[in-house]
Design a protein around this ligand. Structure first.
Ligand code: SF4
Length: 327
């Protein structure tokens, strides 16, 4: 096992938003300084729910990787690759699917939950039921020591650990059981107060213009119990204030809390302050993204090198796997 190795992936949903940044990217930035990181675009995972509409996956992958690079995910430090360009993930998934009891997959808490949330899609497929097996392959094919996860993803990682354990029991010790590296991430709400998500249409994208961001911030829901400017407000009830906590400096934020509770500031002025802080913080990223976007060959080159490095590691593991199962 490589004690310093970490694997983490993101589905290519296109341009990233603030939720992605605070949820995953910010932790990747720190991890790449300390660990040997494998970061991948999980395009096969997109197929588990988007198999009817695959047209945007390649373009979305390129946009997402450009965001990663603009934020400082560094191809010199980390291996950045596309899952479907490393076919060993699929080979290992096939082998692991032979030893994974269906009951383990059915008890996966997100299986039923996602089927209910995405009721318009037919998710009663073999691939959707089996996606934890693909996820296990993504991780153990690199013999990763740790996987950055939030509390809600712990059950998935437990299935990966169980699958690795079962393989080792049946065929001999090949895989380490990856441990969780718990990442604390703030909850980022969208414009309407639901979780920020592209599919809810409530997201602020990292790469949009300053004007677009400003307009969106000004449309954010505030304290619904404060209908008039003269009513005292409560920041703890205010959707916009969840972003103040992330973007407005402490001193200015403390002043806002007091002024809101004392009805000394209106929501329009308050959100103007927030918009300025968000725009200012994103400005260096947006400038960098524009600079990188002017080099259309860049993402392709980064991915070609990352795919090559990832495939070499995965191929070495698969040699061991084939030997262990005597094929
Ligand atoms: S003044 Fe600011 S914190 Fe208070 S309710 Fe309005 S937007 Fe929210």
């Amino acid at each position: 096992m490589n004690n310093k190795r970490i694997v983490s992936g993101m589905r290519p949903t296109g341009k990233l938003h603030l939720g992605h940044y605070h949820g995953v990217l910010a932790s990747w930035l720190k991890l790449q300084e300390e660990f040997e990181c494998f970061f991948f675009a999980a395009d096969w995972h997109s197929l588990t729910t988007e198999y009817e509409n695959t047209a945007g996956i390649v373009e979305n992958t390129a946009e997402m990787v450009l965001d990663w690079l603009a934020f400082g995910i560094d191809p010199q430090k980390s291996t950045i690759f596309v899952q479907s360009r490393v076919p060993q993930h699929a080979e290992l998934t096939l082998i692991l699917s032979m030893i994974t009891p269906v009951s383990w997959l059915e008890r996966n808490p997100t299986y039923k939950e996602m089927q209910e949330n995405l009721a318009a899609k037919d998710l009663s497929t073999f691939g959707f039921l089996g996606y934890p097996v693909l996820m296990a392959s993504d991780i153990i094919v690199y013999k990763a020591a740790r996987v950055p996860v939030g509390h809600d993803q712990l059950p998935h990682l437990e299935i990966t650990r169980e699958i690795a354990r079962r393989f080792n029991y049946l065929y001999g010790a090949v895989f380490p059981e990856p441990a969780a590296l718990l990442t604390e991430t703030p909850k980022v709400l969208g414009l309407d107060g639901r979780k920020m998500s592209k599919s809810y249409g409530n997201a602020i994208f990292l790469s949009e213009t300053a004007e677009e961001t400003q307009k969106k911030v000004m449309s954010m829901v505030t304290d619904v119990q404060r209908p008039r400017r003269t009513d005292p407000g409560e920041p703890d009830r205010c959707v916009a204030f969840t972003l103040h906590r992330l973007y407005v400096p402490d001193v200015e934020r403390a002043r806002i809390v007091e002024a809101c509770r004392g009805a000394q500031i209106g929501c329009v002025d308050c959100k103007k302050i927030l918009a300025r802080c968000v725009v200012d913080e994103l400005a260096p990223f947006r400038a960098k993204r524009e600079e990188l976007a002017a080099r259309p060959e860049l993402v392709g080159e980064v991915l070609a090198e990352g795919n090559r490095r990832a495939a070499a590691e995965a191929a070495a593991t698969m040699e061991e796997v084939r030997k262990a199962i005597k094929l």
